[in-house]
Design a protein around this ligand. Structure first.
Ligand code: NDP
Length: 242
């Protein structure tokens, strides 16, 4: 009788670029079936075809609960639910704290913090049943809070506090990890509208490290035996001071 072990299924939010895309590549390379979530469907569709091995793309916006529920239903029905849920989708719209970026403040909170909570809450029954892993992408800005980063840092400090409470609440069934990257070479700074803040963020690209370095570390962490958890990983370019 040919009994094939079911592949683990990873759901990666924000898989259309940067860290999420690198993670999808790394996890697929580790024999994990990946489900790519993002708003830019064409990008994740192309990536899923490139990855093969059952990778699928689902258009979803983490600020739109209905789209997440639809994605979760599809993952449940076609793949038997999620084993590794990675809350990676995020925006960094830095700038001085005043009234000129109110919509961007809301977007950061709704995407980075509430979005991660919504995705987790919706997928939680599957994650519990499959005794899976929850990986939350925070930031070095979840530990330090430089000028210009007030709301972004608030979302990432929020992710850290929420993750720690979940770590305690969901063990032993679910393993919770929080990842705090430093400067990583991605599209993140492209969306900053405050000119000076954007040029500061872009200057870090001179020494930022590639997203594949972060992906490799996360793949290592989720491949450890379930009895062992790396709960928190701060990972920066060697030359980064803050
Ligand atoms: P990118 O801009 O390259 O990727 C961000 C991803 O988030 C995109 O795939 C985007 O997809 C997705 N996204 C944004 N808004 C939504 C939404 N409403 N619904 C679904 N997906 C969304 O940046 P990074 O790869 O750098 O960022 C990934 C994570 O890493 C973020 O949480 C960021 O805060 C964090 N991080 C990044 C650092 C860096 O230096 N780059 C440092 C520390 C943390 P789409 O637009 O297609 O929906």
């Amino acid at each position: 009788m040919n009994i094939e072990k079911k592949k683990r299924v990873a759901v990666v939010t924000g898989a259309s670029s940067g860290i999420g895309e690198a993670l999808a590549r790394e996890l697929a390379g580790n024999g994990i079936q990946v489900v790519l979530l993002a708003r830019r469907f064409e990008r994740i569709d192309v990536l899923a075809s490139e990855l093969g091995h059952g990778a699928i793309a689902i258009k979803a916006d983490v600020t739109d609960r209905e789209s997440i529920v639809a994605a979760a239903n599809q993952v449940e029905q076609t793949l038997g639910g999620v084993d590794i849920l990675i809350n990676n989708a995020g925006v960094m719209l830095t700038g001085p704290f005043d009234s000129s970026q109110l919509d961007e403040h809301r977007q950061m909170v709704e995407t980075n913090l509430l979005g991660a909570m919504t995705v987790t809450e919706v997928f939680l029954p599957q994650l519990r049943r499959n005794k899976g892993d929850l990986v939350n992408i925070s930031s070095v800005a979840g530990r330090v809070a430089p000028s210009g980063f007030a709301v972004y840092a608030a979302t990432k400090w929020g992710i850290n506090g929420w993750s720690e409470a979940l770590r305690v609440e969901l063990q032993p069934d679910i393993r919770v990890m929080v990842i705090e990257p430093g400067a990583i070479a991605t599209e993140l700074a492209d969306h900053i509208t405050h000119e000076e803040s954007q040029s500061v963020a872009k200057s870090a690209l001179d020494w930022a490290i590639p997203p594949s370095d972060i992906a490799e570390v996360i793949a290592f962490a989720v491949n450890l035996p379930k009895r062992t958890s790396i709960n928190e990983i701060l990972i920066r370019p060697t030359v980064q001071m803050m």
